[in-house]
Design a protein around this ligand. Structure first.
Ligand code: PRP
Length: 184
């Protein structure tokens, strides 16, 4: 898909496909350097992280394993409650593994904060985070993030894994939607 496919649904392109890919090239170099000779497990958080996981993993020279988790916040609509339940757990034993959580976005930080302590309790050698996007102005908790693609304004964005009502995840770029899409 490209911006023209969205017609008047698209308000702005925030990050182009090229910008996303260039940044992933840089992050992959850092990860290869930081994890040289280590046994790395990439943990993708469904569903948003599918795109960044696929694009990042293919750029790495370090051999990695990949596993997936699906989590959901209690209290629908209040995804910032910080109380998270596991919908799909990892298939992998984390003992002694170097875990790199791969996310599409960190918004309030509450999901990642919970996930970090959950995964750290499983005896891994290390747990770090790589996220494509981060909204510093939306942070409710500070989360140490090792690799950040882009810090973005506190606006609702879609594309590159991010949805509105399950749509727009397959946009290769990140953008904002016109108000009328939300019924505005
Ligand atoms: C998004 C994103 C993070 C979380 C970040 O997932 O992938 O997991 O929200 O928000 P937070 O920092 O405020 O906790 P979402 O719940 O939208 O699920 P999805 O990936 O299936 O779309």
């Amino acid at each position: 898909m490209d911006p023209a496919d969205l017609g008047d649904q698209l308000q702005d392109v925030l990050l182009t496909e090229e910008q996303l890919h260039t940044r992933l090239d840089e992050i992959a170099v850092e990860i290869d350097r930081d994890y040289a000779g280590k046994d790395v497990l990439l943990v993708g958080v469904l569903k948003g992280a599918v795109m960044v996981m696929a694009d990042l993993a293919r750029r790495l020279h370090t051999p990695v394993a990949m596993d997936w988790m699906a989590v959901s916040s209690y209290g629908s609509g209040t995804k910032s409650s910080g109380v998270v339940r596991i919908l799909k757990d990892l298939d992998t034993d984390l003992s002694g593994r170097h875990v790199l959580i791969v996310e599409d976005i960190i918004d309030s930080g509450l999901t990642l904060s919970w996930l970090l302590s959950n995964l750290r309790s499983r005896g891994p050698a290390s747990v770090e985070i790589a996220t494509m996007l981060r909204k510093p102005d939306a942070a409710k908790v500070q989360v140490d993030v090792r690799y950040v693609g882009f810090d973005i304004p506190n606006e609702f964005v879609v594309g590159y894994g991010l949805d509105y009502a399950e749509r727009y995840r397959n946009l290769p770029f990140v953008g904002t939607l016109a108000p009328h899409v939300y019924g505005g």
